[in-house]
Design a protein around this ligand. Structure first.
Ligand SMILES: *Cc1c(COP(=O)(O)O)cnc(C)c1O
Length: 328
């Protein structure tokens, strides 16, 4: 299952879904029904599981559009008729999912409802930390929940693994794995994996100038040149997904080398210190992309400001940032 929630982690849900299906993926995962319906409107007919909507959402639309629904409670089940559902057990994340105490009631209600139970599923809390004891504990609770569903007369499929568990816990793959971040080429594990980041964030040099030692750069004048240097003004700022927290703390790839930005990240622009390098207006600038090409990465940005690369790429859903898809 290709997870394309949050507009495909900021990459564009429809193009990602289409590429994933072309590559052999058989399921799509979305957070809300609205996201699932957008995929249907784009002509995508593959199975879609949608798992997080409040009671205000009219779920009959899911049935009409042939969208599978994640169900975590008897109340949610009662709002559905004629739907295909995936019953979700909370095995330790304490977020979505049915608490174990209410599971027997849910599977019994599902067994006699007019909905088809396709699968039993759950979500892991610490799969990115291999060996964390919660993983086996969740797997055990998941097995118990499955047995209870079978005892209630159901014959469901099972899915549990996110990207991290897909990469390092083949014993937890069951019938479907739900791949998010790894599909976008970002590694949720500390150990190296052979993944290539899908998203490259680029801009260009709008202006080049020389400043003298002692001159300062950007709002608050937080950086002062110690020698004469060449500055390149690059059109990308916090309105385009460059966290302002990266002020004085990031590099870009420009004119063949990684070069530091100086001073604060502004709404629309950053200033890059090019030393005595030969740079020109119009030069291509890579803000993040692939380490294999010598570019800074979304993961590096995340680590610099104490977050995860998921948040960086998902935060690239910005009207001002144009998306271009390569490779057909
Ligand atoms: C987001 C999500 C995933 C994908 O997680 P990754 O860590 O990006 O692979 C899988 N399952 C559920 C329920 C999710 O919400």
């Amino acid at each position: 299952m290709a997870v394309v929630k949050a507009d495909g982690y900021g990459h564009g849900a429809v193009p990602v879904a289409k590429a994933a299906l072309q590559a052999g993926v058989t399921w799509l995962g979305s957070c809300s029904l609205e996201e699932a319906l957008a995929l249907r409107e784009a002509g995508i007919t593959a199975p879609i599981l949608s798992w997080l909507d409040g009671p205000e959402v009219d779920m009959s639309t899911a049935v009409a559009a042939g969208v599978d629904v994640g169900v975590s409670s008897v109340e949610q089940l009662r709002r559905l008729s004629g739907a295909r559902v995936h019953l979700k057990i909370d095995t330790g994340l304490s977020r979505n999912g049915c608490p174990p105490e209410r599971w027997a009631e849910l599977v019994r209600a599902a067994a006699v409802s007019d909905n088809e139970v396709y699968a039993v599923w759950s979500h892991l809390a610490c799969a990115d930390d291999p060996g964390h004891p919660s993983i086996d504990e969740q797997a055990k609770r998941f097995a118990d929940a499955y047995d209870e569903a079978v005892s209630a007369g159901l014959r469901p499929k099972r899915h549990l693994a996110n990207s991290a568990a897909t990469l390092n816990r083949p014993d937890l793959h069951f019938d479907i794995v739900r791949l998010g971040i790894a599909m976008y080429g970002l590694n949720p594990l500390a150990q190296p994996e052979d993944l290539r980041p899908v998203m490259t964030f680029r801009s260009q040099v709008a202006l080049v100038k020389r400043i003298r030692a002692g001159e300062s750069v950007s709002y608050g004048q937080t950086w002062t040149a110690t020698e004469d240097t060449t500055l390149a003004l690059v059109t990308a700022g916090y309105a385009d997904g460059v966290p302002r927290l990266l002020s004085n703390r990031m590099e870009v790839l420009l004119a063949g080398a990684r070069r530091p930005i100086r001073g604060r990240v502004c709404m629309d622009q950053v200033v890059v210190d090019c030393g005595d390098a030969d740079v020109s207006e119009g030069d291509d600038v890579v803000l993040f992309g692939s380490a294999a090409r010598g570019e800074p990465t979304a993961t590096e940005w995340a680590e610099a400001i104490g977050t995860i690369d998921y948040e960086i790429v998902t935060g690239m859903y910005r009207p001002r940032v144009r998306r271009r898809y390569l490779g057909g």
